[in-house]
Design a protein around this ligand. Structure first.
Ligand code: SF4
Length: 366
């Protein structure tokens, strides 16, 4: 989802990054506990170092929900994360996104209109009370509300297998969106028969499936994807293994199954950080996730060899929208707040937030 980001003056965008960071720290000191800055692991180091708490979507959603003192929560991440924070926090707290164009292209691949239409198509011949919808947290508040209203749950890459197991136990089928790959990797890890997993292709009648295929499916996957993680493949893994036969490969579960199945391990950003941190000095890793996290691992573990999983010709696995949150955008937001201007506030209407809260609460309880 893209919104209209007001222009950020050149006095910010043209300023030296270290000076911007110093001024952000001065604002943090001035605001004290009133301000809480959250940052996702895919943020660049200059923004990341300004955060009070860093983590993945699940950890940050919990932090936002439990932040008792903060009146202003600034989310250095993408739009759906700030929406989730607003849904989980009381009205007395305001949530802000430093750059309104920081959306998630994968989240935009499943609109509530498209998903509702698919649901109705299935409903013509399926007992929909036995179909449990599950949405990845990378989705709009409207999608989370749809899922909440229909008895389903949100999941993150940290808890996807647990939430999918819950859904498959609760119903006869699970409808998972928007990430095809997280859905497939989690369903296969749970032992679902591959012949009972089908893909629902956007814009096609019955998602491009025959009625019988939908009837026999246990898992129906939306065809969304993350353009960063989609690029990891078995060829890159084989090349790494040839160069470093003793090395280990770990990838994020938004990667294709063909890469996940060739890796030594897969997991959320938190799981990747833990695996590398707990490995002995001298370990060699290829990591298949966003480049800023890989760079941070390299910085924090100088005694280990940590490679970004990528062909030699490409070192560009960064999330373009996350990088819109710069020190300039963050300071511009904080300066506006200091002047009493509530710019870039993310507010989810209460009728949507109410149903979305149900699906987030189910996830936090699972
Ligand atoms: S890395 Fe992929 S899934 Fe994550 S915010 Fe960027 S586009 Fe979305």
């Amino acid at each position: 989802m893209t919104m209209n980001q007001p222009p950020i003056p050149a006095t910010y965008t043209g300023a030296d990054e270290s000076l911007l960071v110093q001024r952000i720290y001065a604002r943090k000191k001035e605001f004290g506990k009133k301000l809480l800055i959250l940052a996702h692991h895919y943020q660049a180091e200059a923004v990341f170092q300004c955060a009070d708490v860093a983590g993945d979507s699940l950890l940050l959603a919990r932090e936002a929900a439990e932040a008792t003192d903060a009146e202003w929560i600034v989310f250095c991440g993408v739009h759906f994360m700030a929406e989730s924070a607003d849904i989980l926090t009381p009205d007395s707290k305001a949530v802000f996104l430093p750059h309104l164009d920081a959306g998630c292209p994968m989240a935009d691949m499943a609109t509530v209109e498209e998903v509702s239409a698919a649901w109705d198509e299935m409903g013509a011949f399926c007992a929909m009370e036995t179909v449990i919808p599950v949405t990845y947290v990378n989705s709009s508040a409207a999608i989370k509300a749809f899922v909440g209203k229909h008895g389903g749950s949100v999941c993150t890459s940290s808890n996807a297998e647990r939430v999918l197991a819950w859904a498959l136990n609760k119903g006869e089928k699970m409808f998972f969106f928007p990430d095809e790959h997280l859905g497939r990797n989690s369903a296969l890890a749970l032992g679902v028969d591959p012949t009972q997993i089908i893909l629902w292709k956007r814009g096609q009648v019955l998602g491009g499936n025959a009625k019988e295929d939908v009837e026999q499916a246990r898992v129906i996957l939306w065809d969304g994807y993350c353009e960063v993680h989609m690029e990891f493949d078995p060829v890159q893994i084989a090349a790494f293994r040839e160069e470093f036969p003793e090395g280990k490969v770990i990838v994020h579960p938004e990667s294709r199954y063909s890469a996940v199945s060739k890796a030594d391990a897969y997991g959320s950003t938190e799981a990747i950080i833990k695996a590398v941190a707990e490995s002995p000095e001298g370990s060699v890793w290829a990591v298949g996730t966003e480049v800023n996290l890989v760079k941070r691992l390299q910085l924090h573990h100088p005694g280990k060899t940590i490679k970004l999983l990528a062909p030699a010709s490409c070192q560009c696995k960064f999330c373009k929208t996350m990088q819109l949150v710069t020190p300039a955008a963050l300071l511009w937001l904080l300066d506006n707040l200091a002047e009493g201007r509530m710019v870039n506030q993310i507010t989810v209407p209460e009728d949507i937030a109410c149903d979305a809260r149900l699906s987030l609460a189910r996830m936090l309880e699972t």
